[in-house]
Design a binder for this molecule. Sequence first.
Ligand code: CP
Length: 305
Amino acid sequence: MNTRSLVSISDLSKQEIIHLLDVASKFDHNPNQRLLEGKVVATLFFEPSTRTRLSFETAANRLGARVIGFSDASTSSQAKGETLKDTIMMVSNYADLIVMRHPLEGAARYASEISPVPIINAGDGANQHPTQTMLDLYTIRQTQGKLEDLNITMVGDLKYGRTVHSLLEAMQFFNPTFNFVACKELQMPEQYKQFCRERGLAYTETTDFGPDIINKTDILYMTRVQRERFSDLMEYERVKNVYTLTASMLQGAKPTMRVLHPLPRVTEIAQDVDDTPWAYYFEQARNGLYARQALICRALDIQVP
Ligand code: CP
């Protein structure tokens, strides 16, 4: 694997994570730095995206790189039967870096093993979304002033939610207490609970979402029930609206608590939450630009002044 690739958040040490957050902070203060003049970044999105693709492309543009790629695989030669291997080999002829989203778990790992240029995983199925995690960590540190010793409540689709899987792994370095709130069909997979137990990370698990949990929480991480991950759409219909956060549910929350969501949202955060001081998901999405600028520079071995 190209050592500059980022496939899983576990590819990064604690020191690398902290360093990347510090670099992201530099871009937060000055996002327009032409550090990538002459570079080409490819964005290959085999699955839909708004934030991840556009923030990566904005990041590359603000750094002076050129961007190629596709946002709809049906317009690529995959539609004619081209394999992922051949697509990656072709694009690596043209670009210095490939940012890739794919519905299959492990697709980014596979791409990183065959690609001569670095691969950044922009989400592979229900597995990992490491660049989302970097912006989540940036946002958590920005809002709480620290990453250590926080009470983090994850709500919704904890089974298929790649953002919560990546965030859980990254938080291993910072002594979190997790609360997992999900209906029984969408509970946190055993492998991640085992990950917590092996590292002595505290967690609770419940189907109840109310003041008992919300009022002790520092970061309330809401997630969407992802229709695209269900093979049985009847099951999706049964569970899609189980949890909806409303403004009235936040009245006893800590003043410093913040509601995060990787977005897009559907019904899990009511619109009236947007106007409360706890809502922070739009700012969180903005931080994706800075975090991804830092990650592109890491992938291309560019020093940020
Ligand atoms: N958070 C996230 O991955 O959003 P998109 O699917 O819009 O990229």
